[in-house]
Design a protein around this ligand. Structure first.
Ligand SMILES: [Zn+2]
Length: 152
């Protein structure tokens, strides 16, 4: 579509000048589609019942706060909550990663200790991020840990 900026009349693309004033036509810019929020395949929030999320948030936080102990409490407290079980799985991933890092760090002297120390800090940050996501009622896979590809 084209339009005349003087008369505000619209014409087909084949027209070159305005039929009313003879002035040059301008091309109407195509409507830009509304920007969709970026699709995040690790964000599972929509898969859970909002009621489940609000009721069981407290239990879903535990695996990030208390590692294996939190996992066990969450399993006992809210076994029928898919939202809690999602975070139990993510918390297990983080806890298992943490143990592997500790073992590897213990085996390799010096360099291993430094690497394990750095990893421990990274894991702590990941746990804090996950904790705040639960506070917001989200169900996203943990950053970094999600790329390790075990315990899906
Ligand atoms: Zn015109």
């Amino acid at each position: 579509m084209k339009f005349c900026p003087n008369c505000h009349l619209t014409y087909d693309d084949t027209a070159n000048v305005c039929g009313q004033c003879g002035g040059p036509l301008q091309v109407i810019p195509q409507q830009v589609p509304q920007a969709q929020p970026a699709y995040d395949p690790t964000d599972h929030t929509a898969e859970f019942n909002p009621r489940d999320i609000s009721d069981n948030k407290v239990f879903a936080m535990l695996p990030y706060l208390m590692s294996f102990i939190g996992v066990i409490i969450a399993l006992l407290a809210a076994p029928s909550s898919p939202y809690t079980m999602f975070h139990v799985r993510q918390g297990l991933k983080i806890s298992v990663t943490s143990i592997l890092v500790t073992i590897v760090g213990a085996i390799i002297p010096f360099l291993g200790w430094i690497a394990a120390g750095i990893c421990a800090i990274v894991i702590l940050v990941v746990e804090i991020i996950c904790f705040f996501r639960v506070c917001k009622g989200q169900a996203k896979e943990p950053p970094i840990i999600k790329n390790l590809g075990f315990l899906k």
